[in-house]
Design a protein around this ligand. Structure first.
Ligand code: CA
Length: 230
């Protein structure tokens, strides 16, 4: 059965959507906090997301961009829900990667029709089962990391850091971005904490091969075997 994730902080509206979506035969998940959405999407891989624009912590546009930047999530259809009707906002929403855009207040039957259309349009979503960089392999099903044939034991934070780096090889991620993505917005963590976890990640990985994690002075980190400059 297809699952629809409703991201909406107005509880009455979220429940109205849930009621109507369930009547259409969908399983429904509700999330109201912007900074929790990515985690929920990663865990449940919904067939479609109804995404409110104005949310606490992280806006719908930011969430949309974040989801689109993940190779294993980028094909999930997203319908943005917004009180903003201006053409400019619509363009912004669609540029961020939304497939469709519905202005509040909307008619429920019309929204349900849009859900059906976008669901049908969605290509078959084959979840990515593993990510690779050179001899490093992340098994996303078992949540395990290997280097060659060797199993690498990583803590959950190191696992998430490695996954972000390997999803975008060569891209330098700032400490701030990594903090926001790995720990979320509402937790205060000193930016040097990242360095501690990167050190642990390096130590674990390098036991079985060369160091591919690149430190970019005063900027952040990437995984890039050709640009090691330390
Ligand atoms: Ca809202």
């Amino acid at each position: 059965m297809a699952t629809v994730l409703v991201v909406e902080d107005e509880q009455a509206l979220a429940l109205l959507l849930k009621y109507n979506l369930e009547k259409e035969g969908y399983d429904v998940l509700i999330e109201s906090r912007g900074n929790k959405v990515l985690g929920v999407v990663e865990k449940n891989c919904p067939s479609l997301i109804l995404l409110d624009w104005m949310l606490p912590e992280l806006s719908g546009v930011e969430i949309c961009k974040l989801i689109r930047s993940k190779p294993d999530l980028k094909n999930i259809p997203i319908i943005m829900l917004t009180a903003k009707g201006q053409e400019e906002d619509k363009v912004k929403g669609l540029n961020a990667g939304a497939d469709d855009y519905v202005t509040k207040p909307f008619s429920v039957p019309e929204l349900m029709a849009r859900v059906r259309t976008n669901m049908r349009r969605a290509p078959e979503i084959l979840p990515i089962k593993e990510l690779n960089y050179e001899d490093i392999r992340i098994d996303l099903v078992q949540k395990k990391v290997f280097r060659g044939e060797n199993y690498i034991h990583l803590g959950p934070t190191e696992f998430r850091l490695l996954k972000i780096l390997i999803e975008n090889p060569g891209q330098v991620f700032s400490r701030e971005y990594l903090l926001k993505t790995v720990w979320g917005n509402n937790i205060y963590v000193e930016s040097r904490t990242i360095d501690v976890h990167i050190r642990r990640l390096r130590k674990a990985l390098n036991e079985f091969g060369a160091d591919y994690i690149r430190t970019v002075r005063a900027t952040g980190y990437s995984i890039d075997k050709n640009e090691i400059d330390q």
